[in-house]
Design a protein around this ligand. Structure first.
Ligand code: ZN
Ligand code: ZN
Length: 291
């Protein structure tokens, strides 16, 4: 178990636990430096900070995970220590959210045209507080009896090549790193395994380094020791802080790890905190009082 976990999701995106439940669970697991990093949204942070205030030996880092696109792949970028009250940043997130809702509505319209109608209200209710997306449309398709499983919904209708698919607004990793740096954040590349499999990770890292990327997830979820070694070597070659997190969603599954159940050592975490201190961003975290 690690004292730190820098990547977790709550009900404000696609996690199953509320920010309060998540902070309490992380604390119970021994985590003392924690980041809430919901997808493209910061609305869970007030509740997380309120809960974190119950513990006098707990540091909560305000964070976010943002989706970006490169040709043929999706790249997720984590932002830590962001100034999440910034009006321009909040406006950008709101526009992203609106375009996500607009896109989901378009997909629902296509399904009607395809003779597989689902109710928009059902899609919304599956999404709950979270950002509406294809998984919620898939659940509505299952409920309506058009398909027998979420997988089938994706295979027949919602995949990139499916007849109901609508492309989302695209952001490049450089744009997102720029957004995060603009609010004083520290940018880290999330879960690089898929990108390694795609074969162009080294050149992407070089490109993102130039854009201002600082960290790279190395101690992630179910990564095996040899994968960790590979990614740690890459991080070292490119001068990235080797960070990590459980990416806990509370959804179960074989790769799921509890908050803190990752082999993230404290040295890179201290480097992150030191960088935040240098940039005057440390005060954005609720920093534990030394006991
Ligand atoms: Zn991700
Ligand atoms: Zn995540």
């Amino acid at each position: 178990m690690s004292l730190a976990d820098l990547h977790c999701h709550s009900t404000f995106s696609d996690g199953r636990l509320t920010p309060t439940e998540l902070v309490d669970l992380a604390y119970r697991n021994g985590v003392r430096i924690f980041a809430l990093t919901d997808h493209d949204i910061v609305d869970g942070l007030p509740e997380a900070f309120e809960t974190a205030a119950r513990y006098d030996d707990f540091t909560l880092i305000p964070g976010i995970e943002m989706s970006t696109d490169v040709p043929g792949n999706e790249v997720h970028i984590l932002g830590h220590f962001i100034d999440w009250h910034d009006d321009a940043f909040l406006g950008r997130l709101r526009r992203l959210q609106e375009s996500r809702v607009g896109r989901a509505r378009l997909m629902v319209e296509r399904l009607v045209e395809l003779g597989k109608p689902v109710a928009w209200e059902r899609v919304q209710s599956f999404a709950g507080d979270g950002a509406v997306g294809r998984p919620h449309i898939a659940l509505a398709l299952v409920e309506a009896g058009h398909v027998s499983s979420v997988n089938e919904a994706f295979n027949l209708y919602l995949s990139r090549t499916g007849p109901a698919y609508v492309q989302r607004d695209r952001l490049t990793p450089e744009e997102v790193i720029g957004l995060l740096l603009g609010v004083g954040g520290i940018a880290t590349l999330a879960h690089p395994r898929e990108l390694l499999a795609a074969g162009n990770l080294e050149s992407l890292l070089e490109q993102l380094k130039g854009a201002g990327l600082t960290g790279m997830e190395v101690y992630y979820q179910d990564y095996l020791p040899d994968e960790i070694e590979t990614f740690r070597g890459m991080a070292e070659r490119h001068g990235f802080i080797p960070l990590g997190g459980s990416d806990y969603h509370g959804l179960g599954g074989p790769q799921q790890r509890e908050p803190g159940n990752i082999p993230l050592p404290m040295e890179p975490v201290e480097q992150l905190l030191e960088l935040a201190r240098e940039r005057g961003a440390l005060e954005r975290a609720r920093v534990a009082h030394a006991r």
